[in-house]
Design a protein around this ligand. Structure first.
Ligand code: DON
Length: 564
């Protein structure tokens, strides 16, 4: 194990190009910090903070920059969630999740025999939900923005118009999507199609003038620059050319929604996270509640005992997710039951220290009383102590693969996050039923878990990640790495991860990250351990005891922490 951690540490040293001192604690800033998936976007956020912008300003500008330089997940054609905690203690959760078009329907991805057609919910025009990102930025700005709106949008326009140099991962991403871009687009997206036999390479400059023009309309007209007028017309024209169903009415009526965050406590920490239509906050609360009274610290980081306990907490929370969670505006989510600490602790009574549970024996809880009813994460803290945690997504890498002709941006394939047929797994293997069935105007269930923690009333951590179904378990483990296993932020982010999501009944773990003895012990007590590739790209900030900020920028990607 020690060897593996040493290798991880070395990799992070190479990725961060920092000193050894910095790597053991991550990048440290005195006052303010942005951690995001692309260095150019983190720098845009940093400049906004240096100009005196607040964390919300920086989060908006960073997201718009990501929409340019990180097109696989950064977006204006997708949606996201923003959880914030202002220095005065005010907390908010902003929902700008995509929603099903008004012409969407429960069985829209079933053939005449009732069989699911997953390709239709994953690629091409019919896979897209109505985008929410720009409405989210506008709503966040109206409530909290401090610099002029145009100053937040302009850096993204400049990047798109003047061009940016591709990182190795971006070059690979564009090359590997070349065929899909050619297949699914009605107008060839020339700005991203490398000349024949001459694939994109690191350092090549890419420009996207169409996106610069779209962003200029957003700069000048705000939300209406996207949801009305030229951009909306271009989206609908694209839909008509590709047999999609998003209409002008869908766009004009899209609203971001302020929601009550999920709040709870774990020991003397309070967590603030995203409510439905995300499952993230509820499932995170359930998992933290389930393990709170267990001796994780004594068992030790990545011991058989601690992994076993955490896997069983994950299994039980995901069983509930599959049955009970969906857009609470359309379905009665039994929020109070799921969030009760007693409930999660009672569900752990079937937990056997010496034996894995079987998912077929773990069903969702039954409640007698009905109640009323390639993703990217960035974390920001400003000099005033305002904190913002944002996860935003197109769903799959490069979303539906469809660019809006003439507008230069990709549309999401978020419709696949609905349960297209009860029990039929989505692209992340997640199953669902009635709670997450498609209905016109309904938001699809998400796993995105932008989260903020406080300790004794003071800001403690800002955390989140992409990774589909593994998002919630990655956030859960990163939090426990710090609180229970005494890691710093970068170390907690670097640490290898594992994941159980109830169905399929397997524990995936990051290949090479776990020692063979522990894996053998876990297999011995009945866990089906399966090696996998990287899980998540956690970008997080920890407030250190002296008040400084430590960034954790995931070495699994090209993520970067910038601060002052
Ligand atoms: O909202 C969700 O849960 C998914 N659309 C997230 C997808 C994702 O994280 C893919 N990126 N790795």
């Amino acid at each position: 194990m020690k060897n593996i951690l040493a290798i991880v540490g070395l990799l992070s040293l190479m990725a961060c190009k920092s000193t050894i001192e910095e790597v053991s604690r991550g990048v440290i800033a005195e006052e303010a910090m942005v951690v995001a998936a692309h260095p150019l976007a983190a720098e845009v956020g940093l400049k906004i903070l240096e100009k005196g912008g607040n964390a919300i300003d920086a989060a908006i500008a960073t997201q718009l920059a990501l929409a340019v330089v990180y097109p696989g997940a950064g977006n204006i054609g997708g949606g996201g969630f923003m959880v914030s905690r202002m220095a005065n203690g005010e907390i908010t959760a902003l929902d700008y999740r995509e929603k099903a078009p008004l012409k969407g329907s429960k069985n829209m991805y079933l053939d005449a025999d009732g069989n699911a057609i997953p390709s239709a919910s994953r690629r091409g025009h019919l896979a897209s939900g109505v985008p929410g990102t720009v409405a989210g930025h506008a709503a966040a700005f109206d409530k909290y923005g401090s610099l002029p709106w145009a100053e937040l949008v302009q850096p993204a326009i400049d990047l798109a118009a003047k061009g940016w140099a591709l990182t190795p991962a971006e070059a690979r991403g564009l090359n590997s999507n070349r065929e899909a871009f050619l297949e699914f687009n009605t107008i060839r997206p020339d700005f991203f199609i490398a000349p024949e036999n001459q694939p994109w390479a690191e350092g090549d400059t890419v420009k996207n003038q169409e996106l610069a023009s779209t962003l200029a309309r957003i700069r000048d007209l705000g939300k209406d620059g996207f949801y009305k007028g030229i951009t909306a017309d271009l989206i609908v024209a694209e839909m008509e050319r590709g047999n999609g169903i998003i209409s002008l009415e869908d766009l004009a009526s899209y609203e971001a929604i302020w929601r009550k965050p999920i709040q709870g406590n774990y020991k003397n920490y309070e967590f603030i996270s995203m409510p439905p239509p995300s499952s993230g906050g509820i499932a995170l609360a359930q998992m933290l509640h389930a393990v709170e009274d267990l001796p994780l610290k004594e068992s030790g980081f990545h011991s058989m005992e601690s992994i076993h306990a955490m896997v069983e907490a994950e299994r039980r929370a995901y069983a509930d997710r599959a049955t009970h969670l969906g857009d609470a505006d359309f379905y009665d989510v039994p929020l109070n039951h799921l969030l009760s600490k007693t409930y999660s602790q009672e569900r752990m009574m079937s937990f056997d220290l010496n034996k894995a549970s079987k998912s077929e024996d773990i069903k969702a809880g039954i409640f007698e009383v009905a109640e009323s009813m390639e993703t990217t994460h960035l974390s920001v803290v400003d000099a005033q102590g305002n904190a913002v945690s944002v996860t935003t997504t197109l769903n799959g890498g490069m979303g539906s693969k469809v660019f809006v002709g003439g507008a230069g941006f990709l549309l999401n394939n978020e419709m696949d996050d609905f349960s297209i047929k009860p029990g039929f797994p989505n692209m992340f293997g997640l199953v669902g039923g009635e709670a997450n069935a498609i209905a016109p105007g309904k938001r699809m269930l998400s796993s995105m878990t932008p989260t903020i923690l406080t300790k004794n009333g003071e800001l403690f951590m800002v955390v989140g990640t992409p990774g589909g179904s593994t998002i919630i378990t990655s956030v859960f483990q990163t939090i426990l790495n710090v609180i229970e296993f005494d890691m710093g932020m970068q170390e907690a982010v670097n640490a290898p991860r594992f994941h159980h999501q109830w169905l399929p009944d397997v524990v995936r773990f990051e290949r090479d990250g776990f020692d063979s003895l522990t894996l053998a012990q876990l297999r011995n007590i009945g866990h089906n351990m399966q090696p996998s590739g990287n899980m998540g790209r956690v970008d997080a900030i920890l407030v250190l005891p002296d008040g400084k900020l430590e960034g954790g920028a995931d070495l699994r990607g090209e993520d970067a922490a910038r601060g002052f």
